[in-house]
Design a protein around this ligand. Structure first.
Ligand SMILES: *Cc1c(COP(=O)(O)O)cnc(C)c1O
Length: 379
């Protein structure tokens, strides 16, 4: 890896955040860590290896491919595939990987039943729709659905779950979803149906809805040290440590006079004589074009402004105000330099998107390096 652009993943901070979740939910509630999409861009294998040491109960992945990746990395913890499996081929592979499978309708349960044996039953989590409008059977029909699947001989229903679309924005809607789910659990128990796990809580619910813990929670974003909703909505002092930093270097430096245009379409013109640095990062790395002329970066502990349009693999910044700036200087795009910080939230706001999209968007061509709090590079 010669190109001087990389992501640093602090696995100690990941472990710290996991402990925060543990402290919030208590010893009796299991934790399913959402690690889909390469652990939100943080590198699934290393993240899962560390979380496994921390005592995680489940990993939530989106597809069979991701489950296969984890097994290949010798992850032996329980895996739940959160997405819907379309083909029998996918289902077979999931079963071979001993992954647990989300079942969003009776049709898939029947196919899985056909593919399995009584000795080696498919482990299922039935998905109920309480307002997400995505996978799952509408809650009014949920008891029927559950009762029918339970009758199938070669499947084991390990869990029932639903998902919260607005836990950070709509308190009442979310409370309603939780109470619908509670009612369903009561009915299921009344019908003497025995199911191990009931789960509903994403990160925001972990922070805001104790009633939504049941016996398994499914945090994602907060494990990566990003606050899942505005801090004012969290009723206690939650401390999280960011796991990811995004860094690059100055690969070219020059003095320019006033009146020079910078980058494609000339959207920036220098107002006075200054120094323009070119960075080895662009939108193909996930440093989004929406950051053009708006974002700032950190050089030698000072903020510097992105000037002109972000290019595919290069970005220009104005460093005229930073003394002794040199070719090869490290530049922080996300993270801390001395006493200053650029957060994922800051970039998400500029791009009018959510933090999730910024971190998932850092592309595969950017190498991930793993660090500990001693700052020794492990890789
Ligand atoms: C991704 C995901 C989560 C985690 O959500 P966060 O907001 O990142 O905590 C939980 N449940 C399901 C079904 C998911 O797909």
């Amino acid at each position: 890896m010669y190109r001087p652009t990389w992501v640093e993943i602090n696995l100690d901070n990941l472990a710290f955040n996991f402990q925060q979740v543990k402290n919030i939910v208590g010893e009796r509630v299991g934790i399913l860590a959402a690690v889909k999409a390469n652990a939100y861009g943080h590198s699934m294998r290393e993240v899962c290896q560390r979380l496994e040491q921390c005592g995680v109960d489940y990993f939530g992945v989106s597809s069979v491919n991701e489950a296969a990746d984890l097994r290949e990395a010798n992850i032996s913890a329980k895996i739940l595939i959160l997405g819907s499996l379309l083909s029998e081929q996918e289902m077979r592979l999931a079963l071979n990987l001993n992954a647990e499978i989300t079942v969003p309708d009776y049709r898939s349960a029947e196919i899985l039943n056909k593919l399995c044996s009584a000795e080696n039953k498919a482990k299922l989590h039935l998905k109920i729709d309480t307002g997400m409008g995505r996978l799952g059977v509408w809650h009014n029909n949920a008891l029927d659905f559950v009762s029918k699947v339970i009758e199938l001989e070669k499947v084991q229903v390990k869990g029932i779950y639903t998902h919260l679309p607005s836990s950070g924005s709509d308190f009442e809607f979310t409370q309603k979803q939780i109470s619908i789910f509670q009612d369903l659990i009561v009915k299921i128990k009344k019908n003497k149906i025995n199911i191990q796990f009931f789960h509903i809580a994403n990160s925001t619910a972990v922070c805001r809805f104790k009633k939504g813990f049941f016996n398994l929670v499914r945090p994602g974003i907060m494990l990566y040290g990003i606050y899942p909703c505005a801090k004012k909505f969290i009723g206690f002092d939650l401390q999280l440590k960011p796991v990811l930093s995004f860094k690059t270097k100055i690969v070219y430096l020059k003095d320019v006079p006033a009146g020079r245009t910078i980058s494609y379409s000339g959207t920036f013109t220098t107002k006075k004589k200054t120094k323009i640095a070119t960075l080895a990062v662009g939108y193909a790395d996930g440093y989004r074009r929406g950051l053009s002329n708006k974002a700032r970066v950190l050089v030698k502990g000072e903020f510097a402004q992105v000037v002109g349009n972000v290019c595919m693999g290069q970005t220009m910044i104005d460093v005229g105000h930073i003394p002794d700036v040199c070719l090869g200087d490290q530049v922080t795009l996300i993270g801390v330099d001395k006493d200053k910080t650029i957060t994922v939230e800051e970039l998400a706001d500029i791009c009018a998107t959510i933090t999730y999209e910024i971190i998932c968007g850092i592309s595969a061509r950017v190498p991930r390096k793993f660090i500990r709090n001693t700052d020794t590079l492990l890789l």
